[in-house]
Ligand binder design. Sequence first.
Ligand code: SAH
Length: 610
Amino acid sequence: MPIPTLFEPFQPIAAIATTQPAAQLFTALCPQIGAELHLPDSLNQPATQVFAEPLKDYVQKLWTPSRTLIFGLATGAVVRLIAPLLTDKSQDPAVIVIDPLGQFVISLCGGHQGGGDRLTRLIAQLIGGTAIVTGASQAMGLPPLDVFGETYGWRKGPGDWTKVSAIAANGQRLQVRQTAGSQLWSKALAPEACWSLSTEGETPQAYLNIGVQPPGSVEPEIPQVQWYPRVLWVGIGCVRGTPQALIAQALTQVFQIFNLAEAAIAGLASIDIKADEEGLVDLAQERALPLQCYGAEQLREVEVPQASPRVEQEVGTPSVAEAAALLAARAYGEAQLIVPKQILKPEGYGITVAIAQAEREYLGQTGQLWLVGLGPGALEQMTPAARVAIVQADVIVGYSLYLDLIQSLKRPEQVIEAFPITQERERCQRAIALAQWGFKVAVISSGDCGIYAMAGLVLEELQKLGWDGQTPRVEVLPGITALQAAAAKVGAPLMHDFCAISLSDLLTPRQTILQRLTAAAQADFVTALYNPQSQKRTELIQEAQRIFLAHRDPQTPVAIARSVYRQEESIIKTTLAEMLTFPIDMLTVVIIGNTTTYLYQDWLITPRGY
Ligand code: SAH
């Protein structure tokens, strides 16, 4: 079963193979990424779609309806097949080629705007192949200029994208002029990046504008590009039955007068009695904008510059357009009324328009929390699904040590939010806030995220906020926990019933820990001790030894495993009697055998009991 949300942005995906080996590879791959498999009938093999017509015609049919095409064919053949179909990189599907052995995954076309580069990396992670991505921005460690704004729901505006992209890729100075939206994206920029946020210094080679106004033409000799963050909430009032076209026209007029770009509209806002106003509803739908409606009692609480007693008499609030715009914008931080109420009367229909600018942009997407277990340390001990989630996330939240472990997976435009180890709750709250805003957030834990880690904390915090179980969406991605990693290193100590006990008394009363130790020792569980000893807490491990000695032979095998699967790994096999003569710290997990566990040729074995 695929993790449904991981590959959603690339759907629909069509995978086409024409040979037996490629078909075999794709048959395994397709269900994992939610792709449809297309095979020629001559192969005589089950597939989602079997085709009889010539490949060339068939690919032409798939071209427009697909967001992504994956070919299991020679690259040359693919180039010939798609050449006549290519039109524009903003419209063409992404094209990826994979060799039949799955060694190489090539991003051929639509790498940026089509998302092909990213999917190429994800598939390479999944099948253990090498991603071939030849664009320059990745190599420069820079966000891809022409797509990075999509993460923030920004709309792409006019500009000489090709030229400015080339300037950025050459490492020349790009001046960023941001006047709207959040600057979260800039946290991903390396300090030495040639994108400059400050206006001081030498003359830039190009401008990147991020704001609500269309680019001016003051410095025509310096090329520029424009992103529009969606921060503008348009409050609208109109008489019953106003046609959609007239409302749209009024909007355009006001936006022109105030030199604002309609692409920066986050949504429309009005009073609840307009929630079924046809022209308004249709306009919102046509432009895929939310329409936020508020009751009169809510609107009348908003302080506005132009309160109208006549409107108050009619609908019970002295302001509709201004108050609604402000209310909608306030859901995204501080709000400013940048266009006070304008009254237009096209064809005799009275329309009022007001515009409020929000501090934070509207993303227009449902947030996602991936609670990811990284495994004990080494990248190859991480599940492919966990790796994919990390590559896919817009923001990665975690403890700094673990963030180092995943450096090699990081995309240049990904934002990393590192917290010190103690601030678990703050980490969760930040992750939740980002997901509620609409981002895809990976919260990472070492080992398994549901074992003494972040998954439970995040779910508890969500519950406190009255979460409906669905928005933001949550998925838990498991990882190899410390006790499994340690067990693997020493043999097979967990072959019979076992348990884990954390000796940390920060969140658990000492008494409970002692009780559980006693019960585990009595019941002859193989026992893994997590958080065994810190600088301050040294006596619980001694208590643990004492309790186990009361029920088990002093010669019972014990494994002391530190930083398993990390560079500083150390594994010691000893006995219950001797265990405390070795260093034990918070990077260590201790496994105490049961009464049948024994050591053979340096391997720890707990008999299964057959
Ligand atoms: N979620 C983690 C556990 C976090 S609690 C997991 O599933 O593994 C932290 C404790 O886990 C540490 O004090 C240590 O006891 C253990 N631990 C985590 N990673 C480890 C590793 N690579 N080697 C040894 N012990 C580890």
